[in-house]
Ligand binder design. Structure first.
Ligand SMILES: Nc1ncnc2c1ncn2[C@@H]1O[C@H](COP(=O)(O)OP(=O)(O)OP(=O)(O)O)[C@@H](O)[C@H]1O
Ligand SMILES: [Mg+2]
Length: 263
């Protein structure tokens, strides 16, 4: 497992506009969701973690080492990131070429690579589609190709930027299983999400971003119980939580099962 510490992180694309304004946190084993309004700095933050952008202030430590001093290949073998838009990630003409590109790039031995690619294709339910051209596939299937190509690299940290966008119920369930599987293998999962029901269902820790700062960092229950804080961040509770509140229930219910269990 990777230990990632973020020390006083600042970032701006242009000198006159600060995007991240002193982000401090330590990531842990808990599957972690990052939520926050559009433009809060969530994608910018994970791009910094992945080394795609350089901080204008502060440091990111991976197992105690500043990532600024790590080679791109070294960092790529530790931290994988699935982009929000698969079209920004996919560039090969077959699913197999796409999925095996990353493992090859980080120098994974051939036999391990075969196993990792097969496992990633299975997890994304792409087995049998290896020779298909990703550009001939629909958006949700293309997203699965993008996910598989990151899973195949077997990194101990996996970041997802908006994984559930363009996914129907079946696709979301698949992504839920992928995230649970990664967590079960002891990998760190960090995901940016707008779907609060999915967050309540799948994640344990929630970090709320607002205007380039962390507004709250806590367990999924702590965060979704705090209606005032969520309102300040222009966020909503999960549907079940909101409904139960409106019906006058006392507790904080995160999922339908919790409610059924009690009544
Ligand atoms: N390449 C860029 N150049 C200049 N400004 C940028 C660039 N990318 C993002 N920004 C600005 O930085 C701010 C934070 O953007 P970011 O994409 O990190 O937000 P976000 O929280 O991921 O939002 P969303 O939920 O809409 O994806 C926004 O004001 C955005 O306009
Ligand atoms: Mg974003």
């Amino acid at each position: 497992m990777a230990r990632i510490e973020i020390e006083d992180l600042y970032f701006s694309y242009r000198p006159e506009e600060e995007i991240l304004k002193g982000v401090r946190l330590t990531l842990d084993q808990r599957p972690t969701a990052i939520i926050g309004q559009n433009g809060a700095g969530k994608t910018t933050f994970v791009k910094l973690l992945k080394g795609l952008l350089r901080p204008t202030g502060g440091r990111i430590l991976l197992d105690g080492q500043d990532i600024a001093g790590l080679s791109a290949a070294k960092l790529a073998s530790r931290i994988g990131m699935v982009f929000q838009n698969p079209n920004d990630q996919i560039f090969k003409n077959t699913v197999m070429a796409e999925v095996s590109f990353g493992p090859r790039q980080i120098g994974m031995p051939e036999d391990k690579m075969r196993i990792c690619c097969q496992k990633a294709l299975e997890a994304a339910r792409l087995t049998g589609l290896e020779e298909k051209n990703p550009y001939d596939m629909g958006l949700s299937a293309r997203k699965m190709v993008a996910i598989a190509s990151i899973l195949a690299m077997d990194t101990d940290t996996v970041i997802f930027d908006e994984p559930t966008i363009a996914q129907d119920h079946v696709g979301k369930e698949r992504i839920r299983q992928i995230i649970r599987g990664l967590a079960g293998e002891g990998k760190s999962v960090i995901a940016i999400l707008h779907d609060m029901d999915f967050v309540a269902d799948v994640f344990e820790r929630v970090i709320v971003f607002m205007e380039g700062r962390i507004l709250m960092d806590g367990s999924v229950r702590e965060v979704f119980a705090d209606r005032d804080m969520l309102e300040r961040a222009y966020l909503e509770q999960p549907n079940v939580t909101r409904l139960c509140h409106e019906l006058g229930y006392r507790g904080v219910y995160l999922k339908v099962e919790e409610l059924l269990h009690e009544t």
